[in-house]
Design a protein around this ligand. Sequence first.
Ligand SMILES: [Zn+2]
Length: 402
Amino acid sequence: MKRKLSYLLVTLISVAIFFPLVNADQNINTFREKDELIQKFIGMCQKYPEYASYESIGKTYEGRDIWIFKIGNPHGGRVMWDGSMHGWEDMGSELIYLFLEWLLESNEIAAKQILKNNYVLFVPIINMDSYERQNKNFKTCQYGVDINRNFQTGWRYREPNDYSYAGESPASEPETQAMINAFKKFKPQVYVNTHYGGGPYLAHNENNNSSITEKILERIKTINKERKINPTYSKTSMRGSFGLAIADATKYGANSWLYEVEGGSGCYSHTEHSLYDIKTIYFPQSLPIFIAMCEIAESLVDKDFNSTTKNTDQINAENIPLTNQSSQSQSEVLIPDIEQSEVLIPDYEHSAQYPNLNKTIQYLETPAHVPEFQTKQLIPIIFCSIIFLLIIKTKIKQLNFN
Ligand SMILES: [Zn+2]
């Protein structure tokens, strides 16, 4: 009886120890509240005040602060990443938090170099008010305003009952104004606007300096090889007009990218992916993008964007279709003709609504094999099996004695 009890005790203790360890991340399927995530960013700033600080760049429609977290060297290459411009697309926000953790706590040489050479600017949650796609301004429309249709460059009118209602006028929304002010104040050399649901793809703005765009793409490919990453995302030659954030960021001097981290319903990332997925699949394949953009931004410090040498002959960029805009001066970027935009430029930022456009996607690399079963999941099963076998063995022995 005593032995039986001790076996039972050992079994219970081992399950109690191993099970939470193995399943810690996998079980987190509920999205984190916006305030909770912001508090985690603030906590990191308080823990590493020599590297990180934060400030408000403006208020949302309902008056909440939109926070920017500034990491690294203020004189370094400036890279801005944002998340949750569409309120329910929180995967970008979680990714950005993992970048922050990696920068400050990984001890990787690449992370330390970025802290030394870059000023990394994270705006983890733009739409702080809503867990829907749009903001909370229902004054003139049914769904609220789609912030990523409300920027100035190529803004176009949409009916108030349009799901992607672009607002009453360009930059009419406080969230949009906050981002434009941040572009003007911090002058990021590289900007990444993250989304979820319409991808996966990584796309550059049509008015980017194409030489810098090519350099970034080449560098991503190289880092992917070094880190043995086969990304699932793909790349299109995005045309960033019709009021997208990337269009305005380019207008104010950034090399701009829209990163649809994953496909799916376009709703909460966390109803479709756990934090475990974000850590094990999306973070590793996004990190080379982050590193490449930091490196290129650093190379542009104190250089006029217009005079950046276009050493295209040094760049081996075959198989990468690019819009031919290299000769276009950044300061001369004009708001495109709206009618022309409608003819030539499909609105496929949220391409789940435009399935045929997925055919235009060209893969940077072969799609990744995503492991569905982690070997470490076997540990508690094996451990428990051994314990049970031992119990049964003892039972049989006892029966033989009797
Ligand atoms: Zn989106």
